[in-house]
Design a protein around this ligand. Structure first.
Ligand code: SF4
Length: 519
């Protein structure tokens, strides 16, 4: 029989309850300690660990890996560029030294390693020509053209946007552009002489191939030339009606008012001109003079019309050249006219070296140089080719090369000179295209004496720029409507203006030319 438990005393009940409370407190404390350890130590540590790994992974993925890739690519590109430059330069030097077989081997090796560069084929063509193999030269030029049509390397003149909108040539953005720019090898007098005396069709076939390789668009640059200050010039250029020394009937005028010039410039733009050239009959311009300040002001306003701006103001010093560039001049025109030997027979008031000095100053200021010559000054073919040798040797080469035919002006010493034979003119244009492939070759004064067919032949041979407008300084020029019809009939389009065009870059492999020592 179970005996009933004796009832707990108050003291015992108190002790039991206290023991239960202590036990519960101890259990809670233990649970709380466990939670605290997990929440305060283990979980944050784990989170930090995960975060740290995340940051490291993302850093490696987005920063280190791309940098490593870029560095590998740079190293690869640099080594490709350096190798290409070296082998091209070696081939050029061998060629210039007359070691034609070695030059050909080197350039063929260059072509094999750089199939995307047209310049290798062009040098190969020149070597073949020097070896007397025109057929092989033409084949190389065809290859150059084919390569150029597929090329992805940037132009020396930044025209990519315009080209992509109008040309048939696809611009492949998914390929990285090749930055290698091989040095240009100027043509020697001997080469120019041999080319000039090739059978006519052989010559224009070659110049056409080079023209198409560098100017695949069917475009012609239209330039309007305005005489902003006519006559009364102190110089004695024997072909020029603006010299104050001759009784040519051309009256000395003051510098045109800016408003009148702006009206003419706007009209030229509305007629489709892409370059507006302003000429002043002065020996030169100097900083701080009233007339130079006025010209700067005019240039600033004309340059806002969206056309390329060209000026021809005579001699320039470095400061004047920099001020013109700053005002918005795209190109400075300063022709060397003829060979240095013949120059002394047509001008006595300044020297050939003075001309070169101005060209150097224009180049140094970052302006493009437009420089060419005049045929029909009583010079020989030798003089013409010597002039071309000098232009071809400029570093950078001229951006445009006007080839003028003398328009004999009554009252000037050369008023009785005969006209230039059309085939001689086309030969000069063809050889200029071969010697200065990237230049705009301008069919300039004397076009009124050429038939439409003769002009078409000149454009086929390499001319891609004309003076446009009814008047050329003091000489006549074909009417605008006639020119438009000619271009339409030939399926040619006016070239769009590129006022922000950078001047051609100098080749780093040789000294700038003309040099101040020459000048
Ligand atoms: S060509 Fe120029 S520098 Fe020579 S006379 Fe004519 S305007 Fe004067």
């Amino acid at each position: 029989m179970d005996l009933p438990e004796p009832p707990l005393t108050l003291r015992e009940q108190y002790l039991v309850n206290r023991a239960r409370a202590d036990l519960k407190m101890a259990q809670n404390q233990e649970r709380s300690d466990r939670q605290t350890l997990w929440q305060r130590t283990i979980l944050p540590s784990l989170l930090w660990l995960v975060l740290w790994f995340g940051v490291c992974f993302m850093g490696a993925y987005f920063v280190v890996w791309p940098m490593r890739d870029a560095s590998l690519n740079n190293r690869k590109n640099r080594s490709v560029d350096e190798t290409a430059t070296n082998s091209y330069t070696r081939a050029s030097s061998l060629f210039l030294n007359g070691q034609l077989d070695s030059a050909l081997k080197t350039i063929q090796e260059f072509i094999r390693k750089n199939p995307g560069l047209s310049t290798g084929h062009i040098l190969a063509a020149r070597i073949h020509l020097a070896q007397g193999h025109p057929d092989l030269a033409i084949a190389s030029l065809r290859e150059a053209r084919k390569t150029a049509l597929n090329r992805t390397e940037p132009d020396e003149y930044p025209r990519t946007e315009r080209r992509s909108s109008r040309s048939q040539i696809p611009i492949t953005d998914n390929q990285s552009p090749i930055t290698f720019q091989p040095p240009h090898v100027p043509m020697t007098y001997a080469e120019l002489h041999r080319l000039y005396h090739l059978p006519f069709f052989d010559l224009i076939q070659q110049s056409r191939a080079v023209h198409q390789a560098h100017w695949p668009e069917r475009e012609v640059q239209l330039c309007t030339l305005l005489s902003i200050k006519t006559g009364g010039c102190s110089e004695d250029c024997s072909y020029c009606a603006q010299s104050a020394r001759y009784s040519s009937g051309v009256k000395a005028e003051k510098l045109m008012e800016k408003d009148d010039i702006m009206v003419r410039a706007q009209a030229a733009r509305d007629n489709g001109s892409t370059r507006f050239c302003m000429g002043a009959a002065w020996r030169g311009v100097r900083m701080g003079t009233d007339r130079f300040e006025k010209v700067i002001d005019i240039v600033k306003d004309v340059s806002k019309l969206g056309m390329e701006v060209c000026v021809t103001l005579g001699e320039l010093g470095p400061q004047e050249a920099a001020a013109l560039k700053e005002a918005g001049v795209t190109a400075y025109n300063h022709n060397i006219d003829t060979s240095p030997e013949h120059y002394t027979k047509i001008v006595t008031t300044h020297t050939f070296e003075d001309r070169l000095r101005t060209i150097r100053n224009a180049q140094d200021a970052g302006m493009s140089v437009c420089s060419g010559g005049i045929l029909g000054l009583g010079e020989t073919v030798e003089d013409r080719l010597k002039m071309l040798e000098i232009l071809s040797g400029f570093n950078p080469q001229p951006e445009s090369v006007p080839i003028n035919s003398l328009m004999p002006m009554p009252g000037t010493p050369l008023s009785e000179n005969g006209g230039v034979d059309v085939f001689d003119l086309v030969r000069m244009i063809a050889v200029t295209r071969l010697a200065i492939p990237k230049a705009k070759v301008r069919l300039s004064a004397g076009r009124t004496r050429l038939s439409r067919e003769a002009q078409a032949l000149a454009m086929f041979a390499g001319a891609n720029s004309i003076f446009y407008g009814d008047k050329l300084l003091t000489a006549a020029n074909p009417a605008v409507a006639e020119d438009q019809r000619l271009l339409r009939d030939l399926g040619l389009m006016p070239q769009e203006p590129n006022p922000s065009m950078a001047a051609p870059a100098a080749c780093g492999e040789r000294a700038c030319s003309p040099s101040m020592a020459e000048a």
